[in-house]
Design a protein around this ligand. Structure first.
Ligand SMILES: [Fe+2]
Ligand SMILES: [Fe+2]
Length: 169
């Protein structure tokens, strides 16, 4: 049975991964509205990935016999000043996720929940990658500014990452 405080933190983390998934789908919708389909697909793929992170935590808690609780999600931000602003929002969100993983890690270590700290190592590594990717793309979007040609170029670069097909396809 998992320690109560660790259970609470992991439930909160499931919510935060689902919130990230929700936010990234909202950012995908914003890029679609600008006809920047490469970036829209990139965020759709990332939204799915965040949902998988929530399920990874779900699976771990299930194995540990912990009580999983799924909470409400608030409406994600849907309007952005510019493509760079949307990337900045995503980058800030990733930094927030990293901080909360660090928090759970210390609570779990203090409670001597070493199975949890071992599982969280995957998330720590993932956040190093995520922050790096989001920071680079944010800088690219900043450099592109509102120049349509630069934005189309960035869009084409990111279009290599397509979301998984929907079940109708
Ligand atoms: Fe995540
Ligand atoms: Fe992420």
């Amino acid at each position: 049975m998992l320690n109560e405080k660790v259970t609470e933190k992991l439930n909160a983390q499931i919510n935060s991964e689902l919130s990230a998934s929700h936010l990234y789908l909202s950012i995908a919708a914003y890029f679609a509205s600008l006809d920047l389909i490469g970036m829209s697909h990139w965020f759709q793929a990332h939204s799915i990935e965040e949902h998988e992170h929530a399920r990874k935590l779900f699976d771990f808690m299930e194995k540990r016999g912990a009580r999983i609780e799924i909470g409400a999600l608030s409406a994600p931000k849907s309007n952005f000043d510019s493509p760079a602003d949307a990337w900045k929002t995503a980058y800030e969100h990733e930094k927030h996720v990293t901080a909360s993983i660090h928090d759970i890690f210390s609570v779990a270590a203090e409670a001597r929940e070493y199975g949890t700290t071992a599982m969280l190592q995957w998330f720590l590594d993932e956040q190093v990658e995520e922050e790096d990717t989001f920071r680079r793309n944010y800088k690219l979007a900043l450099a592109a500014g509102d120049d349509e040609w630069n934005l189309q170029d960035m869009d084409a670069r990111l279009s290599v990452r397509a979301p998984a097909p929907t079940s109708e396809e």
